[in-house]
Design a protein around this ligand. Structure first.
Ligand code: HAM
Length: 424
């Protein structure tokens, strides 16, 4: 018999790993709630053209595309943003702005698998649609901070830039959009020489090289240097000013570590303004990223609508938690095994299990029909806190035996006090 394995780049999540993911989802939902985002659930499969519009060559080439039985070209979503943009121009077209939309789920990219890079991975995604103000950009950065803090991650830092700075320079120097996109793609990969080769004019190349060199001691200093450097390039000046306003808001709202990088570029083509990524010192891969995209929604036939958003890579956040040995709080509740002494007592035992569950306790009812010693040994192995042993003699008095599996102490407890005794 052949043994089957998962498709390359895709994983099973089992046990603690699955639990970590579920807890990250819960924190992501709580963060969405705190910032007033409403959850939307969109299809995993979308028309191919929708997903490839404006996402950029990088992602277009790495999509899982197939023809369905109706001969439609469809693809597995490589991100959520295009689906949200579609929703904004259809079902949510007449909703009052701003829309604050949250999604969580799997996305698919044909990336080369390695640590933190998979072909199926999870994202928590947040979009604010309808505001061009720096306040909206700030909200997106701040919610990322709230999520990372709620997970207990330490020492994380934001890398922030603004595509308008480079675009402003290149447009004024007469570089067409297509070349600009190609330049951004190279810069995203830090292939600066390859980016320069795409530019014909020496002056433009020099201008870009100079920008890459800018480093400041703090964000104010860096932004001031950028402003001075781009003087005369009107759009680039506006972009630097916009970045400075966003950073002012963000740093008022929280005590963040931010590194401003004027040469920072991201793989996606649709960004028009502020862009950011978040890192922890122990890992070189971004835990999340996002930015402003004011021209995407109109591509789907909507009114020109400004928008800003971000997505967090949950697989990578899980790696970060593991690296920093952060244990996420679960439900915090005690775990109980309910075991009847004999076959005859199983319905009574099940009734007790149900009562404990209705009190919010996690209960594993003995489903293997094992002898007491075996069932207790198993409960011990799986780090269950208490065993409730249902025996005839105690039951007659309305009681059970409660065994604390860490202290090994056993007491008789009346059924009506059982839940509170376990919780105390
Ligand atoms: P992105 O930077 O392509 O942005 O992806 C966001 C995050 O997903 C990354 O920072 C990373 O943590 C994670 N990620 C990306 N590729 C992989 C992979 N192959 N394996 C594991 N994790 C990965 C977006 O997707 C944009 N849609 C974000 C956005 C929303 N911008 C505006 N709105």
């Amino acid at each position: 018999m052949p043994t089957f394995q998962t498709v390359r780049g895709m994983r099973d999540l089992i046990g603690e790993e699955a639990q970590t993911f579920t807890r990250i989802f819960a924190n992501a939902r709580k963060t969405a709630d705190l910032y007033g985002f409403k959850e939307v659930i969109t299809p995993l499969v979308e028309p191919m053209e929708l997903l490839s519009a404006k996402s950029g060559e990088e992602i277009r080439q790495r999509m899982f595309i197939f023809e369905d039985l109706g001969k439609r070209q469809v693809a597995l979503r490589p991100e959520f943003t295009a689906s949200i943009a579609r929703l904004t121009t259809t079902a949510l077209r007449n909703e009052p702005k701003p829309l604050r939309l949250f999604s969580v789920g799997t996305v698919y990219r044909y990336d080369e698998p390695q640590k933190g890079r998979y072909r199926e991975f999870w994202q928590s995604n947040y979009e604010i649609i309808g505001s061009a103000k720096p306040e909206a950009d700030a909200e997106i950065v701040l919610l990322t901070d709230s999520l990372m803090a709620s997970l207990g991650l330490q020492g994380y830092a934001f890398k922030i830039g603004h595509v308008g700075v480079i675009r402003g320079i290149l447009t004024q120097e007469g570089v067409d959009d297509k070349t600009q996109n190609a330049v951004f793609q190279r810069m995203d990969k830090k292939e600066y020489d390859a980016a320069m080769e795409l530019l014909e004019s020496r002056k433009t190349r020099q201008m870009l090289r100079g920008l890459i060199e800018i480093k400041g001691k703090d964000w104010q200093d860096t932004v001031e240097q950028i402003k001075t450097y781009v003087a005369g390039y009107e759009k680039a000046e506006e972009a630097a000013q916009n970045l400075s306003e966003i950073l002012k808001l963000v740093t008022c709202g929280a005590n963040l570590t931010v590194m401003v990088d004027p040469a920072f570029a991201r793989g996606l083509e649709y960004y028009t303004g502020m862009i950011f990524e978040i890192y922890i010192p122990e890992l070189e891969i971004a835990l999340g990223g996002g930015g402003r995209y004011n021209r995407l929604i109109e591509v789907f036939g909507g009114e020109p609508t400004p928008a800003v958003g971000c997505a967090h890579g949950i697989d990578r956040v899980a790696i970060a938690l593991q690296t920093q040995k952060t244990i996420l709080d679960g439900k915090g509740g005690k775990k109980v095994a309910v075991i009847p002494i004999s076959e005859a007592l199983k319905s009574e035992a099940l009734k007790i299990a149900q009562t404990l569950r209705s009190e919010g306790l996690t209960v594993e009812f003995e489903v293997m029909g094992r002898k007491m010693a075996k069932a207790l040994e198993d409960a011990d192995k799986r780090k269950i806190d208490y065993a409730v042993i249902v025996g005839e003699r105690e039951l007659k008095e309305g009681a059970v035996m409660l065994k604390d599996l860490s202290s090994r102490q056993q007491t008789t407890v009346s059924i009506k006090d059982l839940a509170s005794k376990i919780k105390s």
